[in-house]
Design a protein around this ligand. Structure first.
Ligand SMILES: [Zn+2]
Length: 100
């Protein structure tokens, strides 16, 4: 009888995730981030840290694609993602998650 049994909540996607990963990919390619750790733990940590500082953009994967694309073309959102990713990379550089 639980709601989760009757509805496919797995269809919920957060478009901020794809946007953050794309921005992370770009910023890690920059010379200034050549020293950032690329291990699995650190890169996922960067993405998680950045995502906690950007506005989520959840939608059902069945509907709402146009709205989400519109959201991510707005300059304010783009700047927010760029800044969140920049800070996340710096944080992980200073405090890498991986164990030595
Ligand atoms: Zn690492």
């Amino acid at each position: 009888m639980a709601l989760a049994d009757d509805y496919e909540f797995g269809l919920l996607v957060n478009d901020a995730v794809d946007a953050v990963i794309a921005e992370l990919d770009y910023q890690l390619s920059l010379e200034e981030n050549a020293d950032a750790c690329r291990c699995h733990d650190c890169v996922l940590d960067m993405a998680a840290l950045a995502l906690n500082n950007v506005k989520p953009a959840y939608r059902s994967s069945l509907v709402g694609v146009i709205y989400a694309q519109k959201l991510y073309n707005e300059d304010e959102t783009k700047n927010q993602i760029e800044e969140a990713v920049r800070q996340a990379i710096e944080k992980v550089k200073t405090n890498p998650l991986h164990s030595e």
